[in-house]
Design a protein around this ligand. Structure first.
Ligand code: CAA
Length: 262
């Protein structure tokens, strides 16, 4: 299926969609038009059966995403700023709730709304050149795309407080040490590493992967008891799939499983 966007490059290879934020002159800042297209892309790729996983990265040498578009932020007022924040949150939530695995391939500045977007992806791999931060307080505002919600869940409350209240920028290795990113690799290995992770995921049962994403996402937003209930229901649903019969029998028959991805 051909994809054509003003602010993005989208190509699908080996069932993986590589989605590149393509506004390098503005360090891929998230303008309203970028967000509108991201919203459509999340829906479209979610519905495309040929796409099993999605990797997001940024165009140009310098940035993954340098945040929300500051020129547009400057034009907001107290009423529409709250609406704008909710709109960003809804779109990032849609990305987080995608049924297929997503990886942010962070290739440079990953700041403000850019860091919030990376945190909405299921996994983050950074190049050694990446820089992370929530610098909104430098602008007299706070993160508005759930940075204050997702960052403490990833790195803990104290470190999230430090990052958000100082607005400081940290290097990729520090982000790895804090648990903000899964892995740090050389710049020229970034996409290969993300493709490698995706292909390792594709060796598994497709519906099991989908249900695991759903269970983890819901588990983090509800009580442990309710999360456990959702997990048990999804565990049960796995038994309605051909993949569970194949995976369990393949182990018993001492052979590799042949899973269906659909
Ligand atoms: N919005 C709009 N334009 C941006 C931008 C942003 N977030 N970040 C960079 N740009 C633009 C610059 O204005 C500049 O454009 P011009 O060439 O037309 O002047 C171009 O991108 C290149 O940027 P710099 O010249 O500043 O590049 P640099 O290498 O000197 O600095 C940087 C890089 C440190 C990332 C710096 O650009 C910077 O600090 N950017 C802003 C980062 C930021 O504060 N992000 C948070 C935004 S608020 C937010 O995201 C709110 C939210 O939670 C939703």
């Amino acid at each position: 299926m051909p994809y054509d966007y003003e602010n993005f490059l989208v190509e699908v290879k080996d069932n993986i969609a590589l989605v590149t934020f393509n506004r390098p002159k503005a360090l891929n800042a998230l303008s309203k038009s970028v967000m509108e297209e991201l919203d459509t892309i999340a829906d479209t790729l979610n519905a495309d059966d040929d796409v099993w996983g999605v990797i997001f990265t940024g165009a140009g040498e310098k940035a993954f995403i340098a945040g929300a578009d500051i020129k547009e932020l400057a034009a907001l007022n107290a009423i529409n700023a709250a609406d704008y924040s909710r709109w960003l949150q809804e779109i990032f939530m849609k990305v987080e709730m995608m049924r297929k695995p997503t990886i942010a391939a962070v290739n440079g500045f990953c700041l403000g709304g850019g860091c919030e977007f990376a945190m909405a992806c299921h996994m983050r791999v950074a190049s050694e050149t990446a820089r992370f931060g929530q610098p909104e307080v430098h602008l007299g505002v706070i993160p508005g795309a759930m940075g204050t919600i997702r960052l403490p869940r990833l790195v803990g409350k104290g470190l999230a407080m430090e990052l958000i209240l100082t607005g400081k920028m940290i290097r990729a290795n520090e982000a790895y040490r804090l648990g903000l990113v899964n892995k740090v690799v050389a710049e020229d290995e970034l996409l290969d590493e993300c493709f490698k992770i995706m292909k390792a995921i594709f060796n598994n049962g497709g519906l099991a992967v989908r249900y695991a994403i759903e269970s983890i996402n819901h588990g983090l937003t509800t009580t442990p008891a309710e999360g456990g209930n959702i997990e048990a229901n999804l565990f049960g649903l796995c038994y309605a799939t051909e993949d569970s019969k194949e995976g369990l029998n393949a182990f018993i028959e001492k052979r590799d499983p042949r899973f269906l991805w659909k």
